[in-house]
Write a protein that binds this ligand. Structure first.
Ligand code: C2E
Ligand code: MG
Ligand code: MG
Ligand code: MG
Length: 292
């Protein structure tokens, strides 16, 4: 808060502001150390194909395993990592780890799994982003078709032409592009058609109320339909209940991801899951037919 007193102007800081500021500075320092000390981990959440219940791929999700704070969620540090640009080396590390993991699954004979990796707008706008992705991918030996980069609508709107040209280049190399949290941003249907998007992820806020709210159900169904009409793969994220599953199946989603199937897993557990050859029961249609 600023206050005017007499002839001079004094800025009086709120102690809470100062505290928040120093926490941010500290956090930045800790994140830098965390990277040096190798304290970040990548967890993998399976995406399941609705057609057969098989695992189609994984989404890579970062965690910070801090000796002092325990397992820290990305929601509490991604923003700070972006503001300090630390997200650039952190993001490269996540990409390298997850490409190597997918390659390992392939080398051990378990199959060609898709690996979806979240990309920050700060990374995407960085000079040399495309080269860096291609370099990391090549070093891992993974097929470009197995890598999917997840971006959000707001990222596209931020710097439309630059973003589209970078995505076009990546897509021309075979890399898949997913639009994450779809439906929460502002992208128009018209622009969606011309964007180099291969996969649409229906945001979990739509999935959440799908069973009991007809408007959400219709919205989710429409989004799936649009994606399919545009030739995209459609993923429902945040599926937590059997009823939600039944509805996204009815809507003809291709893939599902959510706690009903699995939480994001540490690498070893994800490996065990793949080794087990697990299939999820998704076939049976349990909804009454008037629901159509
Ligand atoms: P997102 O990309 O939309 O990822 C999906 C989030 O939903 C993940 O949260 C996941 O654990 C959670 N989730 C999965 N299934 C369910 C479910 O059934 N119910 C509910 N309620 N949640 C579910 P997480 O891992 O905490 O990540 C949060 C966000 O942090 C991600 O949202 C993404 O935007 C960002 N993020 C995560 N990893 C990275 C990364 O490596 N780089 C960047 N730039 N951002 C990341
Ligand atoms: Mg994502
Ligand atoms: Mg999402
Ligand atoms: Mg998100």
């Amino acid at each position: 808060a600023a206050k005017e007193e007499g002839k001079g102007k004094y800025i009086i800081f709120d102690p809470a502001f100062l505290q928040a500021f120093s926490e941010r500075v500290n956090m930045e320092k800790y994140l830098r150390k965390a990277l040096e000390r190798n304290e970040f981990m990548v967890f993998y959440q399976p995406q399941i194909r609705l057609r057969n219940g098989c695992i189609y791929g994984f989404e890579a999700l970062i965690r910070w395993n801090s000796p002092e704070r325990g397992m820290v969620s990305p929601l509490s540090f991604i923003k700070i990592a972006e503001d300090s640009r630390l997200i650039v080396p952190i993001g490269e590390w996540v990409l390298a780890q997850s490409c190597m993991f997918a390659k390992r699954l392939q080398d051990e004979g378990y199959g060609d799994y898709k690996m979806a990796v979240n990309i920050s707008v700060v990374q995407l706008l960085e000079d040399g982003f495309v080269d860096s992705v291609l370099r990391i991918l090549e070093k891992s030996g993974l097929n470009p078709e197995q890598l999917e980069l997840e971006i959000t609508e707001s990222m596209i709107m931020e710097s439309f032409h630059l973003v589209i040209s970078k995505l076009d280049l990546l897509k021309s190399k075979g890399i898949q592009i997913a639009l994450d949290d779809f439906g929460t941003g502002y992208s128009s249907l018209g622009s969606l058609k011309n964007m180099p998007i291969t996969t649409l992820k229906v945001d979990k806020s739509f999935i959440e109320h799908v069973p009991e709210q007809e408007d959400n159900r219709n919205l989710a169904r429409t989004i799936v339909m649009i994606g399919r009409k545009l030739g995209m793969r459609v993923v429902a994220e945040g599926v937590e209940t059997e009823l939600q599953l039944q509805h996204v199946k009815r809507a003809k989603c291709d893939l599902v991801q959510g706690y009903l199937f699995s939480k994001p897993l540490p690498e070893l557990e994800a490996l065990e899951l793949v080794r087990s050859g697990r299939k999820y029961p998704v076939k049976e249609d349990k909804l009454p037919s008037e629901d159509l």
